[in-house]
Ligand binder design. Structure first.
Ligand code: ATP
Ligand code: CA
Ligand code: CA
Length: 186
């Protein structure tokens, strides 16, 4: 799968206005998730340099007791403006054992990134209002496609949506939450 994704910093935006526009366009609230993500660094290569990612995510819906755990690999970004990349994800059922397996193999965990993610959806587009601990508030717009042919038109679709929300493409953020946190205080 290819994750076509754009991200913008909300600190100079009006989230209420953005939400109002989304609802007008027919987006519906899906859920609010609390996510704790542990990223690992590579054994034979530095994922910061290769722009890859290996992650264990614990994700739970606010108000429910439904924690799910996912292991995700992300490939390097595929274009110069968005965060589009290959994404391979599986669900696992035991977080501590998964963590131990990666550590035993030599992968080095980074301090987890925690966030609350409020998700809105219309057809196959998801818009997330993310409140990331020690990082700030961001908006992510995402569409998952299955091949490279669909990638470009999906990106244009997301950029169009950004425009309809009155957000300039100058605001696009390519850095990950990990990199943004580093920039903030590490
Ligand atoms: P998702 O979109 O899958 O829900 P997210 O929105 O929580 O993820 P992002 O910031 O979009 O988080 O993506 C995670 C990022 O972490 C990836 O862009 C990846 O390149 C980055 N990353 C992973 N490991 C490292 C590392 N060791 N150093 C720097 N960046 C890393
Ligand atoms: Ca993202
Ligand atoms: Ca995403």
């Amino acid at each position: 799968m290819i994750e076509v994704e754009i991200k913008v910093n909300l600190s100079n935006e009006n989230p209420e206005k953005i939400l109002e526009s989304l609802l007008k366009m027919g987006f519906l609230k899906k859920e609010i998730k609390e996510q704790t993500d542990t990223y690992f660094n590579g054994i034979d290569r530095d994922f910061q340099i290769t722009d890859e990612a290996l992650r264990i995510r614990c994700s739970k819906t606010v108000g429910k007791n439904d924690e799910k755990i996912y292991v995700t690999y992300k490939g390097k970004k595929l274009d110069g403006i968005s965060k589009t990349r290959e994404e391979i994800e599986v669900e696992v059922f035991e977080v501590n054992s998964m963590h131990k397996i990666f550590e035993k193999l030599g992968f080095k965990p980074v301090r987890p990134i925690k966030k609350v993610r409020e998700i809105y959806q219309k057809e196959d587009i998801e818009v997330s209002f993310d409140d990331v601990l020690d990082v700030g508030k961001y908006l992510e717009i995402e569409k998952v496609v299955s091949n490279n042919f669909e990638r470009e038109s999906a990106l244009f679709e997301l950029l169009d949506l950004l425009k309809s929300l009155n957000i300039s493409t100058d605001k696009l953020e390519k850095r990950s939450y990990l990199e943004l946190r580093r920039g903030n205080r590490e």
